[in-house]
Write a protein that binds this ligand. Structure first.
Ligand SMILES: Cc1cc2nc3c(=O)[nH]c(=O)nc-3n(C[C@H](O)[C@H](O)[C@H](O)COP(=O)(O)O)c2cc1C
Length: 400
């Protein structure tokens, strides 16, 4: 079934979007020209690089990125130790006004961060809203550099501080208020609840996960190395998607608040997964840095095709459909047991990976017989490891 051009229209609270793809705050939204370029390519919205008061000193280090790449050089995980926008407030208010004039139908969200003083947050929020921003996103979640100054994730890890700053901005502006949450907490719910209690209309989850990408074993320098030294940074890209999905679903199960899913979205399938666990839209940063803002075309096409194929009228119809299937471990069935099967023996190259994995990490149920794998049904406990390590798709795990 061909996808209707209207299929992707969606809403996040009172914000209406042409499609659920929003550029996240970061290098792809560091300037007005980059945001215009993204809007020309078809992004439904954009969140500016985080704007700070002119009094807040922002000096970046270099290099400030490190990447964990797969064997085919595809990106697995990405670390950054970048700070916030280096452009002053007057530059941003001018850009916001100009972009909204050129692209009135796209959603432009201003990300802000100020010192712990609520008055600074209020002033900044009022300035970007007066310039024409459709919504304000509070960055209480940057995990590097800023926490050392008592802001960013240092605020976002404490529910009472999140509530206080959200409440201060809520009093100052009428537009929808987004609070962007840090994943660097043990339990997301107290912080999410505090943001909502403070007046947040929308939650965005997640900002980056605090990390240390690695050590250069020749020099023993941490990565990225800034003149031989390193620090803890923010982890993003495909590797953090499972953390983002967990957090978005945990919020969606408990709170009736619209959510923007962020973290590791690089294909339309990732967006569909976030929506299925309760997100109303997704934000994307690292995938755009890696492959360019043009990826939105394929993501729009792919998501529209998927929705049409499933007979869903739009992203809103997919929202939360997977949630009833996510519950406690205790509630999982112990009756339906699964077993390994060699379902496509003709593809088997007898590489032995399933045998080794099952012997050293499973129940020792697989052996190589007459140039084919043999499964001891009595020993197999259906853990699923063999299907995951098999490079040819021979091994599968089926119920019963
Ligand atoms: C280099 C870089 C800079 C970022 N800068 C900001 C920022 O200024 N404000 C903010 O709220 N998030 C910032 N982020 C976090 C992203 O908006 C996003 O939450 C995170 O990277 C996870 O999404 P992703 O996997 O699509 O990148 C930055 C991320 C990266 C990689």
């Amino acid at each position: 079934m061909p996808a209707s051009p209207h299929t992707l229209k969606t809403t996040v609270g009172t914000l209406s979007l042409d499609n659920p793809f929003i550029l996240a705050s970061g290098p792809p939204t560091a300037s007005g020209d980059q945001i215009r370029h993204a809007f020309r390519l078809g992004w439904g919205g954009a969140v500016t690089k985080t704007i700070v008061p002119d009094s807040m000193e922002i000096t970046d280090v270099s290099p400030r990125f490190a990447a964990w790449k797969g064997e085919d050089t595809g990106l697995l995980g990405f670390e950054n130790i970048e700070l916030l926008s280096k452009r002053d407030l007057a530059c941003w208010t001018g850009e916001i006004a100009a972009i909204k004039k050129e692209y009135p139908d796209r959603v432009l969200i201003a990300s802000i961060m100020a010192s712990p003083d609520p008055a600074e947050w209020r002033d900044l929020a009022s300035a970007v809203v007066d310039a024409g921003a459709d919504a304000v996103e509070l960055n209480v979640s940057c995990p590097h550099g800023m926490p050392e100054r008592g802001v960013g994730a240092a605020l976002g890890q404490h529910p009472h501080l999140v509530r206080g700053v959200t409440h201060a901005v809520r009093d100052a502006v009428e537009v929808p208020l987004v609070v962007k949450l840090t994943p660097n907490v043990t339990d997301i719910l107290p912080v999410a609840e505090a943001a909502v209690a403070g007046g947040a209309d929308i939650l965005a989850a997640i900002n980056t996960v605090q990390c240390l990408m690695g050590i250069d074993l020749d020099t023993l320098e941490p990565l990225p190395s800034v003149a031989g030294a390193g620090t803890y940074g923010g982890y993003s890209g495909p590797a953090v998607k499972p953390i983002g999905l967990r957090i978005v679903s945990q919020i969606a199960r408990e709170l009736p608040v619209p959510i923007m899913g962020v973290g590791g979205v690089s294909r339309w399938q990732d967006a569909a997964e976030y929506i299925a666990v309760g997100a109303s839209a997704v934000q994307v940063c690292t995938a755009v840095m890696w492959r360019g803002a043009g990826i939105v075309r394929g993501m729009n096409e792919g998501l529209a095709g998927y929705l049409a194929e499933r007979g869903l009228s739009g992203p809103g119809a997919l929202r939360g459909l997977a949630l009833p299937r996510i519950g406690t471990h205790e509630a999982l069935s112990r009756d339906a047991s699964s077993r390994a099967r060699a379902e496509h023996p003709e593809r088997c190259t007898v590489c032995g990976r399933c045998v080794t994995a099952c012997r050293d990490g499973g129940s020792g149920a697989i052996s190589i017989g007459e140039r084919a794998v043999a499964i001891d049904e009595g020993r197999c406990d259906g853990c699923g490891l063999c299907a995951l390590v098999c490079p040819e798709g021979v091994m599968v795990v089926r119920r019963g």
